[in-house]
Design a binder for this molecule. Sequence first.
Ligand code: UN1
Length: 478
Amino acid sequence: MTTPALARHLIDGELLGEPMKERANPARIGEIAVLSPSGTPADADDAISAAVAAQPQWARTPLPARGAILLKAAELLRERTPQVAADLVREEGKTIGEATGEVGRAIGVLQFFGSLGWASTGSTFSSALPGTTITTRREPIGVVGLITPWNFPIAIPAWKAAPALISGNAVVLKPAELTPMSATHLAVALHDAGLPHGVFNVVHGGGRVVGDAIARDPRVTALSFTGSTTVGLGLEKTLQTRRARVQLEMGGKNGVLVIDDADARRAAQVVSAGGFSLTGQACTATSRVYVTPGIHDEFLDALAEFAGNYTPGDGLDNASTMGPVVSDDQLQRDVSAVQQAIDGGARLLTGSADSDGLRFAPVIAIDVEHTAPIATEEIFGPVVAVIDVPDYEAGLSALNDSAYGLTAGICTTSLKYSSDFADRVQAGVVKVNRPTSGLDLHVPFGGIKESSSNTFREQGHSATQFYTWEKTTYIGTE
Ligand code: UN1
């Protein structure tokens, strides 16, 4: 038995709150991974007040000095990686390799946005009027709220917080209740790096209590959210009512089209990595595959073989190649989606509707109808539905016939089909011969349809647009 990690709020530079709420390790029944405080609306109010007080001075801090703090926080997280990654595994469940990769990604994000401390923040134009110069600059939007999910418990808080901070905003973060420790590590690294008190605050607790308090507060001028479509659309209403800016990254039902000219083993590797890495618990995970007849059998044989490489177990055990499902609730969703598919006439090529505790082996469902729930509804587990299609055109149109539009992929060796797919597929991110999940940290990310708010992108330089507004200045020089 390891002793539980202790998560705390960070409010105005102080670690606060009695860590009472238990989060069990999903891989070890009966072991408490973390204790965290349950925040109240009053805690959210204190954090927002601290942010409001700290933000103007932070915005006046020279940009290179702001960047240097983010770079220092990256360095501290690098030194602390073994501890941070192990705590992440204990609270979320992913494998130690995946967790170490995720901490590395948070470090990379802090480095990327830290380096923007030395980047240009605007443009200069020659005016149509004589003796006049026009400049543009981006100014911070103020105090931003961040609400983040459990599946990337340090990377997502980092990729929302870093562009907000480098742009001169103050932040109030509410991390997922299941994973309070990873966000606490991020907060402590920023604090130890010298971020002034109140510029970055974390309040743990429930979405209905702390999340709603942040969303409703008129002092919070923008809110960035990653999580379910239902919660996201509710928050959007709240924010729009008070005309605050909102950014939503929500569900996905990411499809891959595998056509005859693909390399079957390569396609199977791409689909299994997209479907089963991270226990399928990514909004970018592959969950439906459309396959044409000429490659069908060879592809499915290879896919079953690759699925066999994912052995669910304790993420801290090097023999595990897949972590457990995050919670009982999530397991119920996985199990009932698979059972419903079987009842609807699908067959399972691998896996079953059974689990060993929270260990749930990869499921490949075949003979699936294009309109079946397993092919249309987000599950968020290691479940891939295979749908047979007669040809490329039918596959593309079935893939596009979805409420979601986050990521999509094609496996092909044809330049013609890959470029046509990139043109016509309805998704914010397109992957050719690469898994639908797994994103580079320096390029824009976001979806269309019910996957995203359709406005601002996350990640890369584009991410700063959400956290700033553009000011245009005309300067008469004579
Ligand atoms: C990835 O695929 O590397 O919550 C990241 C999620 C997404 C991020 C996916 N917002 O799963």
